[in-house]
Design a protein around this ligand. Structure first.
Ligand code: SAM
Ligand code: SF4
Length: 412
């Protein structure tokens, strides 16, 4: 039992993220922090995870838990049971507990333990149903294993998300449509569709940079098809990469996108907690040594003030279909500028509004990154200085957006 084992319900609720940094056979495209596990390493990791929790947690009600990775389902049933002891004995406010799983590690034992400890939701990396592309991605799963894992998880009545990737090397739109159709046939509660990103120093980058043809492979077309097919099948496109059946959105992600606090534990986990943002070091040994010594190795540390929070509420809000409430305590000048921009976007069909709140339309959602660039300019102090001087010349024009979005815009 932790020192803060009984949640203090007067504090705002938090989400909890646990990074489980182990993968049996790392995939060539993936830049998430992970290590190949051994038994002793996992035992030490679990022990230090509990220490980190006790060091950081301040007793807020816990609304959501998300175990991400790496591959959390690589933990044995007994180890999964141990993870429940990290948190307070009672979790009266918990609405959702997700565990990311690779199809190869989904077993009856593990699922039974997850059910017992209170897991409600399984998120599984399917990526594609096409064996040719599974091979390109060097995913070792067979389709039989994927369908078997899905049916097994269903038999335990978990809510289920399936992850897919698109814009794979050589993938055409008809391949993607076929993947989506097979996914729809399984009737999962939730689907995440990610554009393949060539990330960092991964082996995939070395092999494919500059070799994946654009043209019809423009990610907008893949996104549009996903939106159309999944929309027709009853899935709400509630975030750029996420689709859910009614009532089945990922509450943990929604909580984070709305910029409510979350506490992340484990190597590489990020947090927004106690008025700060920080990221644990992405190195298992150094993370363990830091926690053992009572001095966690943190990176990208910054204080969270009202304007930073407002900026990110808007930017992440532009990626979801939720209504954006401009926070009252943000800088008045920035608030005015954002409202003005939102009104312009409403006129252009990128946003819609209702009683003083705004949200992106489907058309706006697909341009979320470009819209975000404009918002960042509003919050960028340097940009304000330049805009002020340009105002005098009356020739400021946005350069970061597609032509159809460029406009003369100046602060009022
Ligand atoms: C932590 S993994 C999922 C769980 C488990 N490790 C697995 O692979 O089955 C999270 C998801 O991120 C996505 N992903 C990983 N690397 C990616 C990349 N380079 N580009 C796009 N999506 C990626 C994949 O869809 C993957 O399922
Ligand atoms: S995609 Fe999943 S299994 Fe593959 S390396 Fe990344 S986290 Fe590990």
């Amino acid at each position: 039992m932790t020192s803060a084992s009984s949640a203090n319900s007067t504090k705002p609720p938090i989400g909890v993220y646990v990074h489980v940094p182990f993968c049996a056979a790392p995939c060539a495209y993936c830049a998430f922090y992970k290590a190949v596990p051994n038994r002793a390493g996992i035992v030490s990791y679990l022990e230090i995870l509990k220490n980190e929790w006790d060091l950081r947690y301040c007793g807020e009600p816990i609304e959501t838990i998300f175990f991400g990775g790496g591959t959390p389902s690589i933990l044995s049933a007994k180890q999964l049971e141990t993870t429940r002891r990290i948190f307070p004995d009672e979790l009266p406010f918990l609405k959702e507990w997700t565990v990311e799983c690779s199809p190869l590690t989904v077993t009856r034992d593990r699922l039974a333990t997850m059910r017992e400890v209170g897991v409600t939701r399984i998120s599984m990396g399917v990526e594609t149903f096409d064996e040719k592309f599974l091979k390109i991605l060097n995913r070792r799963q067979t389709l039989g294993q994927v369908f078997g894992a899905y049916e097994l998880a269903r038999s335990f009545s978990f809510d289920i998300n399936l992850d897919f990737m698109f814009a794979l090397p050589g993938q055409r739109l008809f391949h993607w449509e076929a993947d989506l159709q097979r996914a729809i046939d399984l009737v999962p509660d939730h689907l995440s569709t990610y554009c393949l990103t060539l990330e960092g120093e991964t082996p995939f980058v070395a092999e494919y940079r500059g070799k994946i043809p654009p043209a019809e492979h423009g990610w907008e077309n893949f996104h549009r098809i996903a939106s159309e097919l999944l929309g027709a099948a009853g899935y709400e496109h509630y975030e750029v990469s996420n689709f859910a059946r009614p009532g089945k959105q990922c509450l943990h992600n929604v909580h984070t996108w709305q910029m409510h606090d979350w506490l992340g534990v484990g190597p590489s986990a990020a947090s927004q907690y106690g008025g700060r943002r920080f990221r644990n070091i992405a190195d298992l040994d150094r993370w363990m040594a830091g926690i053992r010594g009572g001095n966690p190795c943190e990176e990208d540390v910054c204080a969270v003030d009202a304007n930073l929070l407002a900026q990110d509420i808007i930017i992440f809000g532009l990626r979801t279909r939720g209504w954006i409430h401009l926070p009252k305590n943000m800088d008045a000048l920035c608030q005015n500028a954002c409202r003005q921009l939102f009104e312009t976007w409403c006129g252009e069909g990128y946003m819609e509004h209702k009683n003083g709140v705004y949200r992106p339309t489907e058309k706006g959602l697909l341009l979320a990154d470009a819209l975000a660039v404009e918002i960042l300019r509003i919050f960028d102090k340097q940009w304000w200085r330049e805009a002020e001087s340009n105002r005098r010349h009356k020739d400021f024009q946005s350069s970061a957006l597609p032509t159809e979005l460029s406009r003369r815009w100046e602060p009022t």
